[in-house]
Every structure is written in structure tokens, then in C-alpha cells.
Write a protein that binds this ligand. Structure first.
Ligand SMILES: C[S@@+](CC[C@H](N)C(=O)[O-])C[C@H]1O[C@@H](n2cnc3c(N)ncnc32)[C@H](O)[C@@H]1O
Length: 283
């Protein structure tokens, strides 16, 4: 492994990078075959900058010698950045168009349960935001329509935080004030999601590539997760989402992510800018 950071034009670069990935997969016991090579390289480069190491060889040596590096690298690879009501316009669209339609549909159906899946939910802000939006939407129809939200992620440490349903007070700033008053309980410099919300939300570890998908869901949010994956991998996951969704179910991707052209027969765009799609019959 001769590579220095930035020497990407080196003809041996790809081989070096592949060997690096093999080494990391072995030491960290993580399957990186589903991650873009350039993504893994960028994240490793971030660690190398911190450690002031100049070659992948030096980094692999460090990974072997320092037991703590494994956890630090894993943290770097699975960036957990998230927020309550992240991208307010998406939640506005969900609350004004998608949720009312779903609630209406369920009121007219024998199955009165709305099932939502937040795939790649990180520390739980997205599933709790959805639960609050659903409670607002269902409002006076609470006797007729019920809901459950499942949050999944491959990062079990992030899920531990999610299950606590407790966050530093600074995280509340994107939660509308009216919702804060109804659904949060403030104590000192922290707040907790009230049980009337959190009782509807469950979490479980799931690798989108290898785990058993959540089935029979009416709405899937998978936002800011596809950034890690190449087109083939995105298609594989979209196929799984298609099977998991009920007829006419909705899918929301991240604002900077888009539906691969090959999948347009399976998902029709409902709102392009907000990346909201609806399952079609897939014919
Ligand atoms: C940037 S966060 C997005 C959180 C939330 N969806 C949002 O938009 O705010 C991306 C999450 O995807 C998770 N992730 C990455 N690869 C995954 C995979 N193969 N299966 C499941 N989750 C994955 C990461 O652990 C991380 O928590």
C-alpha cells in the first residue's frame, strides 16, 4: 500500500483502496461491500487527518495496534447526523398532503392501523417527529385510527440513544413550540418525549442489505442514507421497500437523493422537490 492521501491519480490507487477496505472489513467485522469506495476513503481520510498519518499502510498499522481505533472508525463510517423535523418543508408536505390522505384511507378501511418505517433512523429524532406529526394529524379521529412507527438502523449505539427518548434541550429548537408544549417534558437542560408519543415508537437494529425488512408499512422514510450507496445498491433497497409497502404506500427520500431512473415504474413522484413517491403496481 503505497498511497499517500490525495495521490488518487496513482495507477495503484484502486488496489490500495480495495486492500484498505478488506483490512477494515476484517478488523471491524463490518461488510463494506455495500458502501461506495470513495465514501469509505473520505471517512478514513478524516481519521488519518486527525491522527496525522499519511498512508493507508500507516493507518492499517494503527488500526492493528490501537484497539480503540476500531470503534472510532465505525463511528466515522456511520455518520449519525439527524434532527427533529429535519427539512421542515418535507414535514409540511407530509402533514398537509400525505398523512391526511392516509388517515382518510384508513378510516374507510377495515385495517385502521397506519404503519410507518423510519429506515436509517439514527438516534430517533425522525421517528419521534413522525409520531408527533401523526398525533396532530389523527387528532379527533384517535378512536378510529391508530398508528405505529418503527425506527431501524445498523448502528446499535445510536438506537440506544433513540430508545431513551431523551435529548439535550438544544435539540428542541426545530420542534414547533405548540408541539413542544404538548409532547415534551423539560427537566433542567434536557427534555424527554412524553410517553403518549413514545409508546407508539419502537426501535430495532437492521442492516438494510441483510436484515429482514419491516413489512406491511404505509409510509417509509429513508432519508440521507442513500448517500452511502451506489446505484445498484440503492435499487436493491428500493426493491425491498417496494415489497414492504402496502398498496399506494408512500416513500420519502432525502432532499439530495433521487430515485434511479430504473425504478420509476415502481414509484411515481408525488412531490419532486420534497422527494415524496408513491408505490405503483410495478407493471
Ligand atoms: C445521516 S443519518 C440519517 C438519519 C435520518 N434518516 C435523517 O435523515 O435525519 C444516516 C443513518 O443511516 C444509517 N445507515 C448507514 N448504512 C446503513 C445500512 N446499511 N443499514 C441501515 N442503516 C444504515 C447510519 O447508521 C446512520 O444512522
Amino acid at each position: 500500500m503505497r498511497l499517500l492521501i490525495g495521490a488518487s491519480k496513482d495507477p495503484g490507487h484502486k488496489g490500495d483502496a480495495n486492500r484498505l477496505v478488506e483490512r477494515i472489513s476484517h478488523v471491524c467485522q463490518i461488510d463494506l461491500s455495500n458502501y461506495r469506495l470513495s465514501y469509505v476513503e473520505r471517512r478514513v481520510a478524516a481519521r488519518m487527518r486527525v491522527l496525522r498519518l499519511r498512508s493507508y499502510r500507516q493507518y492499517c498499522q494503527h488500526l492493528d495496534d490501537e484497539p480503540g481505533e476500531r470503534a472510532l472508525l465505525l463511528d466515522t463510517l456511520t455518520i449519525n447526523v439527524t434532527d427533529f423535523f429535519r427539512d421542515a418543508s418535507v414535514y409540511r408536505f407530509l402533514s398537509q398532503q400525505v398523512l391526511p390522505e392516509l388517515i382518510d384511507r384508513k378510516r374507510r378501511s377495515r385495517n385502521r392501523l397506519i404503519r410507518v418505517w423510519s429506515a436509517g433512523c439514527s438516534t430517533g429524532e425522525e421517528p419521534y417527529s413522525l409520531a408527533m406529526a401523526l398525533m396532530e394529524g389523527i387528532g379527533r379521529h384517535g378512536e378510529e385510527v391508530h398508528f405505529s412507527v418503527v425506527g431501524t438502523d445498523l448502528d446499535v449505539k445510536a438506537l440506544e440513544v433513540a430508545k431513551q427518548a431523551e435529548y439535550p434541550i438544544t435539540r428542541a429548537s426545530h420542534i414547533p413550540k405548540t408541539l413542544q408544549a404538548k409532547y415534551l417534558e423539560f427537566t433542567g437542560d434536557r427534555f424527554k418525549i412524553r410517553p403518549k408519543v413514545s409508546k407508539h415508537v419502537r426501535f430495532r437494529p437492521l442492516d438494510l442489505f441483510s436484515g429482514r425488512p419491516v413489512g406491511m408499512v404505509d409510509l417509509i422514510l429513508c432519508r440521507n442514507v442513500f448517500i452511502y450507496f451506489n446505484k445498484d445498491q440503492q435499487e436493491k433497497i428500493l426493491d425491498k421497500f417496494w415489497s414492504s409497502l402496502t398498496k399506494g404506500g408512500y416513500l420519502v427520500l432525502g432532499k439530495s437523493e433521487k430515485m434511479p431512473a430504473s425504478m420509476v415504474g415502481k414509484f411515481e413522484s408525488i412531490q419532486g422537490r420534497e422527494r415524496v413517491y408513491r408505490k405503483t403496481d410495478g407493471l
